[in-house]
Design a protein around this ligand. Structure first.
Ligand SMILES: Nc1nc2c(ncn2[C@@H]2O[C@H](COP(=O)(O)OP(=O)(O)OP(=O)(O)O)[C@@H](O)[C@H]2O)c(=O)[nH]1
Length: 292
């Protein structure tokens, strides 16, 4: 699934999107609602220039609704409309179409005044790998167009897909690189599964996740693993490891001598978190994301 991004790839990805921008009216920027900044391309404003843009906070079914509301406000402050969606479930497709149309309303009205009948809004979806681009394209199209899952960057001739009467979508999304320049961002991307675990150590990723959960979703963590008391100070790595060991014991992640297999425990924790078993969890908050 994961593309190894090198400067050449980034330049090519950027050029491909810039070429597509010439064909379209509106960009749909797809972000992961659990980590809107970490799942964002660092050069996005520069790449998209001033194209009208709708931000979709995808996988909202897995994100904390309160935090997502804060993110919507955060983007609004920057003059961007952000809509929380669940592309896999597909219930908000009409809303997405309406928002794209709205972004073009002024232009279309001006055209109407000149007697030009507005045509369908042409849109392009962009986002980092695994954020749900293909899923969204298929949902908007109402049929299977793009291959979803672990095949990024498969190039083929692009085509317009009709989305209702008033919208057309490019069938190949723009794939952008994430922001992996700092370790916290890398960890968040790894926790959500946006980058491959092997790029970092699984136990480090789980350690990061458990520490975050203990800080922000304490009760959910205790309840999920029937932990009676969590250490107060989770900045101490040993304390986090003890919690991971307790979880490992609960889930039978043991080595032959009966000791906890931390790697296995780490995988269990990540799998359950990604599947939403810990409830709806956001791993980044607008108020603290830049310092935490
Ligand atoms: N829970 C949840 N999962 C989603 C949602 N949207 C997509 N997914 C899942 O996320 C994974 C990646 O989705 P894709 O549509 O393949 O993502 P992509 O951005 O096209 O990925 P690349 O092809 O790697 O660029 C799949 O397992 C989807 O089922 C959503 O709204 N909620």
């Amino acid at each position: 699934m994961t593309i190894q991004w090198f400067p050449g790839h980034m330049t090519r990805a950027r050029r491909q999107i810039e070429e597509k921008l010439k064909l379209i009216d509106v960009v749909i920027e797809l972000l992961d609602a659990r980590i809107p900044l970490s799942s964002r391309n660092p050069m996005i404003d520069e790449i998209l220039q001033n194209k009208p843009r709708l931000v979709l906070l995808n996988k909202n079914d897995l994100a904390d609704p309160e935090v997502t509301a804060q993110w919507v406000a955060y983007f609004a402050e920057q003059g961007l409309q952000a809509l929380p969606v669940d592309a896999a479930n597909g219930s908000q497709m009409k809303e997405i179409m309406a928002r794209c149309r709205e972004l073009m309303a002024a232009k279309f009205e001006a055209q109407l005044r000149k007697g030009i009948k507005p045509r369908a809004v042409r849109a392009l979806i962009v986002g980092i790998p695994n954020v749900g681009k293909s899923t969204l394209i298929n949902r908007l199209a109402g049929r299977k167009i793009a291959a979803t899952g672990d095949k990024p960057g498969v190039t083929k001739a692009q085509q317009w897909i009709k989305v209702g009467k008033e919208m057309e979508l490019l069938d190949t999304p723009g794939i952008l690189w994430p922001k992996f320049e700092d370790q916290q961002v890398g960890m968040r991307l790894a926790v959500t599964g946006a980058i491959k675990e092997e790029l970092l150590h699984t136990d480090d990723i789980a350690l990061f996740a458990v520490r975050y959960l203990a800080q922000h979703y304490r009760e959910a963590l205790k309840e999920r693993y029937a932990i009676e008391k969590l250490p107060d100070d989770m900045t101490d790595t040993n304390a986090v490891i003890e919690v991971m060991e307790a979880i490992g014991r609960k889930r039978g992640a043991l080595m032959s001598g009966g000791r906890v297999d931390l790697d296995k425990a780490a995988l269990v924790i990540l799998r359950e978190l990604r599947a939403g078993k810990m409830g709806r969890v956001s791993l980044e908050r607008p108020d603290i994301s830049l310092v935490d």
